[in-house]
Design a protein around this ligand. Structure first.
Ligand code: 3NM
Length: 204
């Protein structure tokens, strides 16, 4: 298991053209204590290069650093863990790559959430809660009901994801999520660091 801070900040430039390292720097400066690097479509080399630069920034801020999809890159840069999708390596295989580092996985219904916990996930992502434009293959929104159902069914920490904004974050946590994940609400904000600090204030 892993102790999750209330905001799970995802470093994904989407189509904004923002530099991922600068985005990570802003999120950390705004108070994020967990950042996940998610560079869909980037080369392994570019993802590794960004991860290698973000890892020490996160460490200096006292923040956890996770890498999306890639246990090998997480290990290569000494990250705190990896976040897997349902089509990525299994949790067991990721552990063989990563050793003691954390392994989280996205889930989209109760069965996936239970299976992830049984497979030893350190935390599970649950979503999409609301409609999202940030994931091409996103499923229909599940609403807060899925968080309540998963909360009642598993013990491991829950990160809710999908269309969450600073305004909706408190209700999402109140439904039973340990953390709220955000991409667009951060990267599309004029000042991503300010969006982080505003969210943290609303969640405190
Ligand atoms: N995973 P935003 S939804 C990366 O349901 C991701 O597993 C999801 O981005 C899932 O905060 C999603 O911009 C996109 O909606 C989250």
């Amino acid at each position: 298991m892993i102790r999750l801070p209330p905001l799970y900040a995802i470093v994904d430039p989407l189509d904004t053209g923002r530099d991922p390292v600068e985005l990570a720097r802003s999120l950390l400066a705004g108070g994020a204590r967990l950042v996940q690097l998610r560079l869909k479509g980037a080369t392994s080399r570019d993802t590794h290069a960004a991860a290698e630069r973000i890892a020490p920034l996160a460490r200096a801020a006292g923040a956890l650093f996770l890498v999306n999809d890639r246990p090998d890159i997480a290990r290569a840069v000494g990250a705190d863990g990896v976040h897997l999708g349902q089509g990525d390596l299994s949790i067991a295989a990721a552990r063989r790559v990563l050793g003691a580092a954390a392994v989280g996985i996205s889930t989209h219904d109760l069965d996936e959430a239970r299976a992830a916990e049984d497979a030893g996930a350190d935390y599970i992502g649950v979503g999409p809660i609301y409609a999202t434009g940030s994931k091409t293959s996103a499923l229909p929104p599940r609403g807060l009901e899925l968080i309540r159902a998963v909360r009642a069914a598993v013990r491991c920490p829950i990160v809710a994801i999908g269309g969450i904004t600073p305004a909706t974050a408190p209700a999402v946590r109140a439904a039973g999520a340990d953390a709220v994940a955000m991409i667009a609400a951060l990267v599309r904000a004029g000042d991503p660091g300010e969006a982080v600090s505003r969210t943290l204030t609303l969640l405190s």
